[in-house]
Design a protein around this ligand. Structure first.
Ligand code: AMP
Ligand code: ZN
Length: 726
């Protein structure tokens, strides 16, 4: 039997169906005002493997996955049009229903692309408002909920087991909840909304006994799970962020309504991270399936990637690891095809097949140990106790559980006449030691999309796979951890100038060529990070570096957080002095000399163009063109002695957006007793700063607020560091 960790009991236990042989599974589905990112899909893959395991064990499974097309806070986001996509859709005259339909279709396509079996039903929240009203009415009747002015709240104090799923509700989470939903109508700030009155002007609303309004978020899952699966649900899945408040609320509602435990087993999957933090659209580190396709990566490699870690551990997503999984998957496919080909004249050893299947399924039954299964199938492939025919049969059968689609792999060894002809010709050429002509034939075949692998006395020819066809324009990096630090190494040139660019080839050209013009190539190394540009910026830089030996280019395979990108520069730099420049800057004269002059003073830690002053760490002002001591240096031009990095350290990579990172890093210098000097006469011109102007006001606010929070959390109370206190 499949054993899984149960979030409620905090123990592993076997899944037991309420009705023998039949399992009901409910999965919290997508919110459809945007695309599901691959982090969301990791949660759905977990549910898919649970379902497939139950099925391979011989059970019948009914799987329900809801579509959240209304409800909770996100409704506000939708109506304010904060989201760019929504704003665009509304501008095009689309209705919320059309938007939801659009993203629902895309979601279903994404699921099918990575072989997630379709749920038996995908009920939509908007089509189940009556069922929600019914439950809310009943909760009111039994005094588990109360009404205030057309709003209905769940009275958590009358449900004694509230909090059991998430454990003691942490003070910080509570505070967060209170902050988000500071609602004076609630009796207890922890009470949650079941029904919200529609304020004037709202378009999406439903009639109810309490007037026009719309449902809270959690109620939809109580209503739809019980409607489609009855009042005894065997397994309920979601991501760990669903535990509180969503599933805690669902339990209170469903059990308050029925009077007994509804969900038997709660399973929550850990997050997919990117650049070390949870993947989320708002964090700017989310990727979607079409992003993988666009890069020529087989999306099923993502399915394989998720198999390489247990569902209760986090995975830090990188394209490097995804590509490694793609290679492994293609290798597996080749083995499978060869085993199948070789099995044509072999009979199956049923005992062996049964043994291996039992063993492999047994691994998965221990808390969905998918990495154990991956390990197991590679052991099978290499094993000598099974014949090729057995291996083909076992893999085919186990793939019903894995879902890699091995059976639909095209035979890569099935060659067209033309290639067979060339191959025969080449064999003869090789036999007669005519390597020149045989190499030419090899190149010809490779250009036609075939892979030629020579052994001592024979060659194998097959179709290239996705990773072999993909033309990587250049080597890329996936994370700052791939770069070795030279912070503690001796300097080899007087100056390193570092620039991080992301798109905007014209700005990049202007900045980098002005740099080249005003620096001496034997005195200065220039490092430019092409931080995930999707336009021609990367090509432009490659072109520029051709005849410029001191210009080094690094391409990131996606947009790294700003802290990470800048740390790469700091780690790679080998100059005595390091100057960070923003691509909006154009150099107009020799700026190196004055910077070197300022940094001669050992008390000075940072020199640059434009500084900021503050008296309270809240208001920062730029001193209107004055030069002299400041509290922080702005990122346009930020120069330091590399020697100081040994004590100051690198930047904080939790700053994914540039804003306030310069402040934060400035304070690291001040904390070491170093001062900061602005010099407005440095020969530089500031052009439009795209990191700022490319964003909408809402995005700027959101990102700036997050970073300012990080800054304050660390430096609040450190007014002793300010120049006004010196
Ligand atoms: P949402 O569309 O935001 O309601 O999320 C859909 C599902 O994805 C929920 O079960 C979440 O718990 C899950 N989820 C959200 N972000 C991540 C992530 N970074 N990694 C894994 N699962 C996630
Ligand atoms: Zn849900």
């Amino acid at each position: 039997m499949l054993e899984l960790y149960d979030t409620l009991t905090r123990k592993k236990s076997a899944l037991r169906p309420h009705e023998k042989g039949k399992f009901s599974v409910y999965t919290c589905g997508p919110t459809v005002y945007r695309d599901a990112h691959i982090g969301n899909l990791r949660s759905y893959l977990m549910a898919d493997w649970i379902r497939r395991t139950l099925e391979i064990l011989g059970h019948e499974v009914t799987h329900i996955k809801n579509i959240t097309d209304v409800g909770h806070m996100r409704q506000e986001v939708l109506e304010q049009g904060d989201d760019k996509v929504i704003a665009a859709a509304i501008a095009e005259g689309k209705t919320p229903a059309q938007i939801a339909e659009f993203y629902t279709q895309r979601f279903l396509e994404d699921e099918s692309t990575i072989n997630i079996l379709p749920a038996n039903e995908f009920p939509k929240a908007t089509e189940h408002v009556n069922e929600m009203i019914e439950i809310i009415g009943s909760l009111l009747q039994s005094a588990l909920a109360y009404e205030v002015d057309g709003n209905i709240y769940y009275d958590i104090n009358s449900f004694p087991t509230y909090g059991n799923l998430s454990g003691n509700i942490h003070e910080s989470e509570l505070q967060e909840a209170v902050r988000v939903e500071a609602d004076p109508l609630k009796r207890d700030p922890r009470d949650f909304t079941l029904w919200k009155k529609a304020e004037g002007g709202r378009t999406l609303k439903w009639a109810s006994p309490w007037g026009d309004g719309f449902p809270g978020w959690h109620i939809e899952c109580s209503a739809m799970s019980m409607k489609y699966l009855g009042k005894h649900i065997d397994v309920h899945t979601g991501g760990v962020d669903n535990i509180f408040p969503h599933h805690e609320g669902e339990i209170a509602q469903s059990e308050g309504y029925t009077g007994f435990q509804v969900v038997n087993h709660w399973v929550h999957g850990q997050h997919l991270l990117a650049d070390g933090v949870k993947m989320a659209k708002s964090a700017g580190n989310a990727f979607i399936i079409p992003d993988l396709v666009e890069r020529g990566i087989d999306p099923l490699a993502f399915r394989y990637l998720c198999m390489t870690a247990k569902y209760r551990t986090r995975i830090n997503f990188t394209f490097t690891s995804l590509k490694a999984c793609e290679t492994a998957l293609n290798k597996l496919r080749r083995h499978y095809i060869l085993f199948s080909k070789n099995s044509q004249n072999q009979t199956l050893n049923n005992e062996t097949v049964k043994e291996w299947k039992k063993r492999l399924i047994g691994i998965v039954c221990e808390d969905l140990n998918m990495p154990g299964l991956v390990d197991g199938i590679w052991r099978l492939i290499e094993s000598s106790d099974a014949a090729d025919s057995d291996k083909a049969a076992i893999l085919s059968s186990i793939d019903n559980l894995m879902g890699l689609g091995l059976d639909s792999t095209d035979d890569m060894y099935d060659l067209p006449e033309k290639i067979i002809g060339k191959s025969d010709e080449r064999t003869e050429l090789r036999a007669s030691l005519d390597y020149e002509r045989s190499d030419r034939l090899r190149t010809e075949m490779e250009e036609l999309g075939y892979m030629v692998e020579d052994a001592k006395d024979y060659s194998t020819i097959r179709l290239k796979d996705s990773s072999e066809i993909r033309e990587e324009r250049w080597k890329t990096i996936s994370s700052s951890s791939e770069i070795a630090s030279k912070v503690f190494s001796e300097s080899v040139v007087p100056v390193t100038v570092g620039v991080v660019v992301n798109g905007y080839p014209d700005d990049t050209q202007r900045c980098v060529s002005s740099l080249i013009k005003w620096t001496e190539s034997d005195q200065t190394e220039i490092i430019v990070i092409d931080n995930g540009s999707t336009d021609l910026t990367g090509e432009l830089l490659e072109e520029m570096t051709k005849d410029q030996e001191n210009l080094h280019i690094l391409h990131a395979d996606h947009t790294l957080g700003d802290g990470s990108a800048k740390n790469i520069l700091l780690k790679m730099a080998q100059g005595e002095i390091f100057v960070l420049l923003d691509p909006s800057v154009e150099i107009k004269g020799n700026f190196i000399k004055p910077i070197q002059g300022l940094l001669k003073d050992p008390e000075v830690g940072i020199a640059g163009l434009a500084g900021l002053k503050t008296e309270d760490l809240m208001h920062f002002h730029d001193g209107e063109g004055e030069s002299g001591q400041v509290d922080a240096m702005q990122g346009y031009c930020f120069a330091l002695r590399r020697e100081d990095l040994k004590k100051v350290g690198l930047m904080r990579e939790s700053f994914r957006y540039y804003r306030n990172l310069d402040l934060d890093y400035s304070f690291q210098f001040k904390e070491q007793g170093l001062s900061i000097i602005a010099d407005h006469t440095l020969p530089m011109e500031l052009h439009e700063h795209r990191g700022w102007t490319a964003l909408s006001e809402g995005e700027r606010d959101e990102l700036s607020k997050k970073n300012y929070g990080r800054f304050l959390k660390k430096w609040r109370g450190r007014t002793d560091l300010l120049i006004s206190n010196k």
